[in-house]
Every structure is written in structure tokens, then in C-alpha cells.
Design a protein around this ligand. Structure first.
Ligand SMILES: [Zn+2]
Length: 137
């Protein structure tokens, strides 16, 4: 699977991760979803209400509002973004939620590696998603 992001969106995600550090940053991703290809069109950053350095929990009101607004605007839910003070690999907690969320793409930004990676569950395993970063804003 391919996930398309603009360079500007990538910068937004990295900035959010640095801003909330050491607490994990989190955001919701919405956009266009086609077969094996997704294009991010909206990033909604959300507070990590448990203020944890190893986990995140999205504020339920922010979550609800983001979904309602996306639906109104005809955007599909694509997945989640969160940051790690560790390598850009899903944790065991991430894997449990990835199984629950089925089709969602999980973008992880590692503050220690300064690296972004994306994953998606496939047949019970976390598989890498190819990130295509486009130059335009
Ligand atoms: Zn994680």
C-alpha cells in the first residue's frame, strides 16, 4: 500500500511530535482512499489526554468532531499518527489497537531516529506502508 503525504504535512507531523515531546503526539489522518493507495488531505492534531511518554489516548470529543467534520467534507478516515521516543516501530500496545482498527494506517514518527514510518495490519501482521512524500504544499 502507498500513502501520499505532502512535504508540508510531513513537517506538521514532525513539528507536532517535537512540540509535545516527551509526551507522545497524536493526530488523525483523513483524505482520499482508493485501492492500495491513500492520499492525506487533512491532519487533525489531537491532545494526548493521558500525557504519556509511551502511549497515547485521543480526546473523545476531538475524535468525534474530527470524524463528523470529515464526513461532512467527504473525506475518508485513513488512520492515525503518533510519535515515539523510541524507534519507529509499533509497540505491543500499538499492535493490539492496530488489530482492532483493521484497515487503518499507522504513521509513527521516531524522535530518536528522526524518522517517519507507516504500517498497516495485514493477516494479523504489521506490514510497512510505502510513504510517498510530494514536494508541493
Ligand atoms: Zn506507539
Amino acid at each position: 500500500m502507498i500513502l501520499r503525504l505532502t512535504r508540508w504535512q510531513l513537517t506538521c507531523l514532525e513539528n507536532e511530535a517535537r512540540k509535545t515531546s516527551p509526551v507522545e503526539a497524536c493526530a488523525l489522518l483523513f483524505g482520499e482512499l482508493a485501492k492500495n493507495e491513500a492520499t492525506v488531505e487533512r491532519i487533525v492534531t489531537t491532545p494526548n489526554i493521558i500525557k504519556s511518554v509511551t502511549r497515547f489516548e485521543i480526546d473523545s470529543k476531538a475524535f468525534y468532531d474530527a470524524f463528523m467534520t470529515a464526513d461532512r467534507d467527504g473525506l475518508a478516515f485513513l488512520g492515525f499518527f503518533h510519535s515515539h521516543p523510541a524507534p519507529a516501530m509499533p509497540s505491543s500496545v500499538d499492535l493490539a489497537f492496530m488489530r482492532l482498527w483493521g484497515e487503518a494506517v499507522w504513521i509513527i514518527f521516531s524522535l530518536t531516529e528522526n524518522k517517519l514510518a507507516a504500517f498497516k495490519m495485514r493477516k494479523g501482521k504489521a506490514c510497512a506502508v510505502t510513504l510517498k512524500i510530494e514536494g508541493k504544499d
